[in-house]
Design a protein around this ligand. Structure first.
Ligand code: GRF
Length: 203
């Protein structure tokens, strides 16, 4: 299966996915990495793995719609089976989401439906939560609202700084994102009528 990964930052999840493909844990390969930001470390990781990269800066486009059309045009030249959002910090337009319905996944660092949006770790700490986590879901038009596939939980300890929680979550993300992508590439994972199915069983 051909996988295109969209990033905006350090790309540690991208790295976990590249590694899992190289080790044949995932029956697929990352055929391109697209970033909306130049100079991010995710691009370096892709280059190191000889994966083609594209920078498409949203600042160069007059609207979200036209930016997303430009991104989709590049994505579609690769004819991917799966689009992976891995720390991609852009809100997607409805047309873009619909174009990849059932074949786009996102990872969001909270136990959705808790804390959609930004600064999830800080919000969980400030709320006094004793646990936090991360969620992989199919992408639908609702921000961080698509059908949930898999979640991982981590504890929050009394003396935690935000970075402690971020790091604890990332360790889990690097485990569960490759696993879910493996399921998808093995044709075990589907979205039907806004619900997620694993081996034909509703999640
Ligand atoms: C991850 O925590 C992910 O959940 C969130 O952004 C972070 C990306 O980290 N969407 P990285 O770029 O994969 O290191």
């Amino acid at each position: 299966k051909k996988i295109v990964v969209l990033v905006s930052g350090s790309g540690s999840n991208l790295q976990a996915i590249i590694d899992a493909c190289q080790q044949h844990q995932i029956n697929g390969q990352v055929v391109a990495v697209i970033s909306n930001k130049a100079g991010v470390y995710a691009l370096e990781r892709a280059s190191q793995a000889n994966i083609p990269t594209h920078v498409i800066s949203h600042h160069d486009y007059p609207s979200r719609e036209i930016f997303d059309q430009a991104v989709a045009t590049i994505i579609d030249t690769y004819h991917p089976d799966l689009i992976i959002l891995a720390g991609y910090m852009r809100i997607l337009t409805p047309d873009f989401v619909d174009h990849y319905a059932g074949k786009m996944l996102n990872i969001h660092p909270s136990l959705l439906p808790k804390y959609p949006g930004l600064h999830t770790h800080r919000r969980a700490i400030e709320a006094g939560d004793s646990e936090h986590g991360t969620t992989i879901h199919f992408v639908t038009q609702e921000l961080d609202g698509g059908p949930i596939i898999l979640q991982a939980k981590v504890p929050i300890f009394a003396d935690d700084e935000e970075q402690d929680v971020i790091d604890r979550i990332l360790v889990q993300e690097h485990q569960i994102y490759p696993l879910v992508i493996k399921w998808f590439c093995d044709n075990r994972l589907k979205m039907l009528n806004d619900a997620a199915y694993l081996d034909d069983k509703r999640i």
